[in-house]
Design a protein around this ligand. Structure first.
Ligand SMILES: CC(C)(COP(=O)(O)OP(=O)(O)OC[C@H]1O[C@@H](n2cnc3c(N)ncnc32)[C@H](O)[C@@H]1OP(=O)(O)O)[C@@H](O)C(=O)NCCC(=O)NCCS
Length: 218
């Protein structure tokens, strides 16, 4: 195996690089300088979330929220927000809400293992996009397991949710993203979303500013 690896690495230029890319995706491995690591690029599948996924979604949501935003609010506000939004019962309520569709992304080989999720929410609006009411829909949540960032999973989920929105006749999709969440803003920018305004986002005693970003789906 080591010899094959050396051979691949000895290729230089665009051909060598693309060979390496194909090799990685075929064998589902990720290369890091000087080492070969764990399988990470296994094929994935997106499916509608079921009631049985509530605990896994709640766990992942609470983990990603705490990792990404935990430093930005007092612990008591964080705990209250997690209980309100990412407890299994809160997720069960979301799953039963006909205004919301949640989809999950899982390894094709284990459709019970939730690597990420996204939620499309209908009939929500913000003042800065009031003129679009009835024709726009919200991408409310997009969370990916931290070990799986940068693999295209977020993009796949967004593309999937946009397809649902198009089928339902919506012409734009909007989202709110914390003004200090630069990475997510850049990701959304890559996916075609543009800042059109902002809003206050309140969690307990903590008031933050979100950017409102919008994408034309037509
Ligand atoms: C934001 C998040 C959902 C992105 O998911 P992801 O699976 O890592 O993103 P992807 O790998 O699908 O990348 C999507 C696009 O963004 C680009 N991108 C990824 N990471 C990036 C970064 N750090 N900076 C700039 N662009 C980036 C990718 O290159 C890709 O664009 P391309 O296909 O044109 O090359 C994920 O990082 C996450 O869960 N973050 C924590 C929770 C969060 O902030 N959610 C958003 C709340 S509003």
């Amino acid at each position: 195996m080591l010899d094959i690896w050396k051979l691949i690495k000895s290729y230089s230029g665009p051909r060598g690089q693309s060979f390496l890319k194909v090799f990685r995706s075929l064998y589902f491995i990720e290369a890091s300088p000087g080492s070969m690591t764990q399988v990470t690029h296994e094929p994935t599948r997106i499916r509608e979330a079921k009631q049985e996924d509530a605990s896994a979604i709640a766990r992942l949501g609470a983990k990603v929220f705490s990792t990404t935003f935990g430093h930005s609010l007092p612990t008591s506000d964080l705990d209250a927000y997690l209980a309100e939004s990412y407890s299994p019962s809160a997720i069960l309520e979301d799953l039963a809400n006909s205004k919301k569709d949640t989809v999950v992304i899982c390894p094709s080989t284990n459709l019970n293992h939730v690597l990420g999720f996204a939620t499309l929410t209908r009939r929500t609006i913000e003042p800065c996009i009031r003129h679009l009411e009835g024709t726009t829909v919200e991408l409310q949540r997009l969370y990916i397991e931290p070990n799986s960032h940068g693999r295209g999973l977020g993009k796949s989920l967004v593309t999937h949710v946009e397809t649902i929105a198009r089928h339902e006749g919506f012409s734009t999709m909007w989202l709110g993203v914390w003004e200090e969440n630069i990475k997510a803003q850049q990701v959304y920018g890559r996916l075609g979303y543009e800042k059109v305004g902002d809003r206050d986002f309140v969690m307990g005693s903590c008031r933050q500013t979100d950017w409102i970003m919008l994408k034309n789906l037509e």
